[in-house]
Design a protein around this ligand. Structure first.
Ligand code: CP
Length: 324
C-alpha cells in the first residue's frame, strides 16, 4: 500500500521532513518489485508529462529519470544543454517559463547553478520542480537512493555511523547525504584534507536540515584512521576535477596515497563497513577497483535502485502517493 504525500517540489533534503523522506523510501520499495517484473511498467502516471532538462552532463541520473517516467507511463521529453535555446543566450528562467507554458506536470532539472531549482520553483506555478543536482548545493535523489541501498544491505537506517570521504567541498552528493543522515539521527564524519573538507562547512551550519531540532552529530577529520574507525558506512566521493579551479591537492597521486580508499584501508579501520560511491568513479584515485567491485561495495546496487527511487519521487509528487 503506497502512502500519501503532499510534496509538490523536491528541491533538497534540507527542506524535507523525516516523515516525507521515509515515505519516499517506503514507496521506492514498491517500485523495486515492479522493476523485477518481465514487463516493468505500471499506469500510475498515464497522461502526465515530464520534462528532463539536463544542462550538465549525466549518465545515471538522466537515464534513470527517463526510465522512471516511462515505467510509470508518463510522457517524457529530454532536453540537454547543447540542444536547448540556452545555447542562444536564453536565460534559465525564460527557458523554464517557456517549458511551463506547454503545461508539463514536472520539470526535472540538473544545472551547474547552485540554487537553480529553488529559484525556478519560486517563479513557476502548477508545475513540480525536481532537483537532479544543482551546482555545489544538493542532489536529493542521490541521497535517497544511497539510503535505500544502505537500508537494503544493513537492514536499518538509524543508529549508524557514516563516514563521507574526499572532495566534500565540491560535492552536492555529500551535502544531501549529510543532511539525510543527520535527519535520521545518524553520526556523520567528513573525512579528507582541510582544502576539500573545510571546517567552516560545519561552523557555518550549512549542513543542517531545517526540519529537525535534533540533527545527528557532524564532525570533520583530516586523519583517515580517526574518521573511519568503527563506522558502518563509508561513502567515497569522486574527485570533482571539473569543478576544481584551484589546486586543492598537491597531486592526484599524493591524494590517492593519503586518502585513497582500498580494501586494505577498510579492513583495517572499519572491517564491517559497506562502501558506496555515487559514480562516476576515478578508478585508482579515490577508490581502488578491487574495492569498487568487491563484495562490500553497493555501487552497482545504487545505480539499480536509482530507477525505483526516481519512480517513487515522481509518483509521490505527481500522484500524491495514491494510485488512480
Ligand atoms: N551520481 C550521479 O549523479 O551520476 P551522473 O552524473 O552520471 O548522473
Amino acid at each position: 500500500m503506497m502512502t500519501g504525500c503532499t510534496l509538490s517540489n523536491l528541491l533538497g533534503i534540507r527542506y524535507t521532513s523525516k516523515e516525507k523522506f521515509l515515505e519516499i523510501l517506503h514507496n521506492s520499495t514498491q517500485f523495486v518489485e515492479v522493476n523485477q517484473r518481465a514487463i516493468k511498467k505500471v499506469p500510475s502516471l498515464r497522461g502526465r508529462s515530464i520534462i528532463n532538462l539536463f544542462l550538465e552532463p549525466s549518465t545515471r541520473t538522466r537515464v534513470s529519470f527517463e526510465l522512471a517516467g516511462k515505467r510509470l507511463s508518463a510522457d517524457t521529453i529530454n532536453i540537454s544543454g547543447s540542444e536547448s535555446s540556452t545555447k542562444k543566450g536564453e536565460t534559465l528562467l525564460d527557458t523554464v517559463k517557456t517549458i511551463a507554458a506547454m503545461a508539463p506536470d514536472a520539470v526535472v532539472i540538473r544545472s551547474s547553478a547552485s540554487g537553480a531549482p529553488e529559484f525556478l520553483a519560486e517563479r513557476t506555478d502548477n508545475i513540480s520542480i525536481i532537483n537532479a543536482g544543482d551546482g555545489l548545493n544538493e542532489h536529493p535523489t542521490q541521497a535517497l537512493l544511497d539510503c535505500l541501498s544502505i537500508k537494503e544491505r544493513l537492514g536499518k537506517l538509524e543508529g549508524l555511523k557514516v563516514a563521507i570521504v574526499g572532495d566534500v567541498y565540491h560535492s552536492r552528493v555529500a551535502r544531501s547525504n549529510v543532511m539525510a543522515h543527520r535527519l535520521l539521527g545518524n553520526e556523520v564524519r567528513l573525512v579528507g584534507p582541510e582544502t576539500l573538507v573545510p571546517s567552516k562547512l560545519i561552523s557555518a551550519d550549512l549542513l543542517r536540515p531545517i526540519t529537525t531540532d535534533n540533527p545527528g552529530r557532524l564532525t570533520v577529520h583530516s586523519c583517515l584512521e580517526e574518521g573511519l574507525s568503527g563506522v558502518d558506512v563509508v561513502m567515497v566521493l569522486r574527485m570533482q576535477l571539473e569543478r576544481q579551479s584551484n589546486f586543492f591537492v598537491p597531486s592526484l597521486e599524493e591524494y590517492s596515497k593519503e586518502y585513497g580508499i582500498s580494501e586494505k584501508v577498510i579492513s583495517k579501520y572499519c572491517p564491517d563497513a559497506v562502501v558506496l560511491h555515487p559514480g562516476p568513479i576515478n578508478r585508482g584515485v579515490e577508490i581502488s577497483s578491487e574495492l569498487a567491485y568487491g563484495s562490500r561495495s553497493l555501487i552497482a546496487r545504487q545505480v539499480e535502485l536509482g530507477v525505483a527511487v526516481r519512480m517513487a519521487v515522481l509518483f509521490t509528487l505527481l500522484a500524491g502517493g495514491h494510485e488512480g
